[in-house]
Design a protein around this ligand. Sequence first.
Ligand code: UP5
Length: 192
Amino acid sequence: TRNPYPSVVFVLGGPGAGKGTQCARIVKEFGLTHLSVGALLRAERDSGAEHSDMIAAMIRNGEFVPKELTVALLQQKMEEEPNKRGYLIQGFPRALDQAHYFEEQIAACKFILYIDCPENIMEKRLLARGKTSGRVDDSLEIIRKRIRKFKEETLPVISYYSELGKVKQVAGSGSVDEVYAELRPHFVTAPP
Ligand code: UP5
């Protein structure tokens, strides 16, 4: 694997687990570059770029955009924004083939931060957010589909990295401060 980049941490969790909320706090304290793949894809969709219609359809239906596209987008952003402290990549990889492809093309991850949150809480948060978010995928039907896809395709990613001893799991059901207090020590790097 080529490794022109400093450390990569993946942040995973079901839809509404609090990935975006916690990543914003982590980058504020630790100075990593935050790359939310969902946000990058929504921006790409809205830019009218080459694949914007396809991306729009995938997001609307809670499906995953092809890995070649997301990895190319990530690579481009990482090159645009060199950061010695590393990258916090949110909401990716969502399936095992995406994980393998990223590691072949870019770099191995340092660890995975997994925010584990019960389904009923995730659903409740997203329904509440849906009232004002304007996100086309915050409807009950698509929220449930996103949760199902998470269980079927993303949990295997977490199991895979877990066997490699690379998963740091925290509970996502508490308050924003409680969740942050639990995950923070994982970013306070120990000397080698
Ligand atoms: N909230 C957060 N933490 C809270 C707490 N501790 N207590 C109480 N409330 C809390 O939070 C969600 C809501 O909950 C907010 O209102 C927040 O205030 C509140 P947020 O931090 O946004 O949760 P997050 O886990 O980031 O939820 P999000 O819905 O953004 O995650 P998804 O994984 O569903 O969305 P994402 O943007 O990553 O992906 C969207 C779509 O993009 C996917 O469905 C897919 O179509 C596409 N996609 C790909 O195809 N490939 C990719 O690699 C990535 C995305």
